[in-house]
Design a protein around this ligand. Sequence first.
Ligand code: CA
Length: 280
Amino acid sequence: MEYSIDRQTIIGKGVIQQLQWVVDNLYPLVLYNHKIYAQKSTTLRRKVQIKMQTILIIEDEVELTRVLSSYLEQANYQVIAAEQGDVGLALWSQKKPDLVILDLNLPGMDGLDIAREIRRKTDTPIIMVTARVEETDRLIGLELGADDYITKPFSPREVVARVRAVLRRAGTTQESRDLLRVGELEIDLSGHEVSRNEERIELTPTEFTLLEVMASQPGRVFSRLQLLEASQGAAYEGYERTIDAHIKNLRAKIEPDTKDPIYIETVFGIGYRFSKELKT
Ligand code: CA
């Protein structure tokens, strides 16, 4: 599918919001100052949503699955479910979920057998759920490598909390990052990190703020006073020329050649701007 929207087509704000997800998810469009640009500039802002984590619920009590699913979905997880043990196992190998919530008493295939089978192949986190109160089941479950164990009845909130905790321990936490990629520069607005050619660049908080402010609106000219105000929180020295020093340091860190800056341009007599289209 191809989108052809004229460069600089001015459209309404409502449409902008509707199109936001397109811009967030597809490369060919750039949204800037309430205008849609077909991609031409090398400046591209995109929100990187690292894929949603999937939870597989294998549980024969449909109502329980329904409630649990809705809680998990509210917590931004994608949920798939099976009522039968054997179906659940098939779904697991097909969909490769990030975590399995596994009932012990199941038609088709017993929960313990499923856990054993999953463990034989992977270390997908498993949270076992059961109405059984026997300690032996609990022990067998944990021996088989279940990561946590919940006894019915339980609160769905509690399960969501356990899911989060187990995933965190497994080191697969869901995250969303706001990245700005310009040429060789990658500015991680969420993580406050900058890298060039995948090499991490250490910036002071002031330098980061200045870069963020300018790079978020490429092409816009900022006066020294505006930049000073933007960076006040980090270091306010009440003197506009301070900005020049920060910019000089920033350039030394991010520019391939400080004598011929490609990212941060000087606007004579006014201030600075982040390059809208990179010189090549
Ligand atoms: Ca059951």
